[in-house]
Design a binder for this molecule. Structure first.
Ligand SMILES: [Ca+2]
Ligand SMILES: [Ca+2]
Length: 203
């Protein structure tokens, strides 16, 4: 009815997204339509983002983790996710993008965005991840990784760091690529799981 002026994706943004991701015109335009429907303001707020996580983890407390994921996606740190940040985030967390995913995981763990990771930062994210594991499932975890502190120690020892040391992005990516066990301990595939569930719901 002629009121769809905001529903078209601009040529500039489309070209920009195509050069930064592997998505097609068709995919990007379809996602833009559904993004506009969900978020008529053109942006996702932190609260909206948290409520998406709350919907998918009804038996857990995903709020802290959702806030960290939000921060890692909000590349211009303005407190909202626009369509570009949303698409780049989807791309980074999609299957098969090992290096990009690890770069994103580094950003997730670098809580203060200063370019290196401390043991405290590892502990903060691991605690947020634990809040999303049900008490029942926590009982089944191996003895040496069944609390956030133990799991943080295990990760930190793997990097061979002293208490006050820091892990750089290069050390982080190399270390995780060399050891599948660490990849499991820093698990970070929830955004993609949520995206898959949203996609499934539409069909
Ligand atoms: Ca932003
Ligand atoms: Ca840091």
């Amino acid at each position: 009815m002629g009121n769809n002026k905001s529903s078209a994706l601009s040529k500039e943004l489309l070209a920009d997204l195509k050069s930064n991701t592997t998505y097609t015109d068709k995919q990007l335009c379809a996602w833009y339509q559904s993004f506009q429907k969900e978020c008529p303001s053109g942006c996702i707020s932190r609260e909206q983002f948290e409520s998406i996580y709350a919907r998918f983890f009804p038996d857990a407390n995903p709020k802290a983790y959702a806030q960290h994921v939000f921060r890692s996606f909000d590349s211009d740190s303005n407190g909202t996710l626009d369509f570009k940040e949303y698409i780049v985030a989807l791309h980074l967390t999609s299957p098969g993008k090992t290096i990009e995913k690890l770069e994103w995981a580094f950003a997730l763990y670098d809580v203060d965005k200063n370019g290196s990771i401390t043991k405290n930062e590892i502990n903060e994210i691991v605690k947020a991840i634990f809040n999303m594991i049900s008490e029942e499932d926590q009982k089944n975890l191996p003895e040496d990784e069944n609390t956030p502190e133990k799991r943080t120690d295990k990760v930190w020892n793997f990097f061979g760091k002293k208490e006050k040391d820091k892990v750089t992005e290069g050390e982080f990516i190399q270390g995780v690529m060399n050891n599948k066990n660490i990849l499991r301990l820093i698990q970070f595939d929830e955004p993609q799981k949520i995206q898959n569930r949203i996609k499934q719901k539409k069909h």
